[in-house]
Design a protein around this ligand. Structure first.
Ligand SMILES: [Fe+2]
Length: 237
């Protein structure tokens, strides 16, 4: 049971506010049966430098390592980033530093706006020039912005991995979209995108139950196998 998208690192973004909250979030993740969890703090290139972000992230990692032994059945921890789209990212040499450590997997957060040709070109470059595997974060949050769905169609046909937030299975409309999309695309992953213990809690278990019920246990087992394979070379914290 792998959570590919979380904001459990303390004091780095709009996720966990401090070490205590991180501890609670990790305890809850363990309680739900999560065995592997990727910490993916937000990175916004227009707001901060790579160096500043990486330094801040290292600091937050050290805090979590300090409490790790006090959490029963703590999931194996991995670290990456949720990288918000920025113009020129296809040529950004340091992009690999934001991948899940030990892999070439980049969790990409697309613009919350109408996607156009220039957006598609950057995604192309990340895949073809930089040879990174793109995990498109919470894909279900973007169709609403695509009045013109030409670029949407182009991008969703690229060899990407798509991640869905498990909270999206609770709303009727978003659940419908997610289940349909999951049937149409093979490369799917789940993440909780948990930010805290209240408004955006850990909910992977509940979301997985919906997937098992609607798409079958076999679908879920395959999704898990793919996730395991992707993390094969990843380094744990
Ligand atoms: Fe996120």
């Amino acid at each position: 049971m792998i959570d590919f998208h979380t904001h459990v690192l303390p004091g780095i973004d709009d996720g966990s506010k401090g070490t205590d909250m991180s501890k609670q979030m990790l305890e809850e993740s363990a309680r739900q049966g999560i065995t592997k969890l990727v910490a993916t703090p937000h990175f916004y290139a227009h707001r901060e430098s790579f160096d500043h972000f990486l330094e801040k992230r290292e600091h937050a990692i050290q805090k979590v390592l300090g409490i790790k032994d006090r959490i029963e059945n703590i999931p194996q921890l991995y670290v990456g980033a949720e990288v918000y789209f920025f113009p020129g990212m296809g040529n950004a040499e340091r992009l690999p530093e934001l991948c899940i450590r030990g892999t070439n997997l980049l969790l990409l957060e697309m613009p919350f706006a109408q996607w156009d040709k220039t957006v598609a070109q950057e995604v192309h470059k990340i895949i073809e020039k930089q040879k990174l595997q793109v995990i498109l974060a919470h894909v279900e949050r973007f169709p609403g912005f695509q009045k013109d769905d030409k670029t949407w169609k182009e991008i969703t046909q690229l060899p990407l991995i798509f991640q869905i937030n498990t909270e999206s299975f609770s709303g009727f409309r978003s659940r419908h979209f997610c289940l349909k999309f999951m049937k149409e695309h093979e490369q799917m992953l789940l993440g909780s995108d948990t930010h805290n213990m209240t408004s955006r809690p850990q909910n992977l278990k509940e979301g997985r139950e919906t997937v098992a019920k609607k798409l079958g246990e076999e679908y879920l087992a395959k999704l898990d196998q793919r996730g395991e394979k992707l993390l094969e070379t990843a380094t744990t914290l």
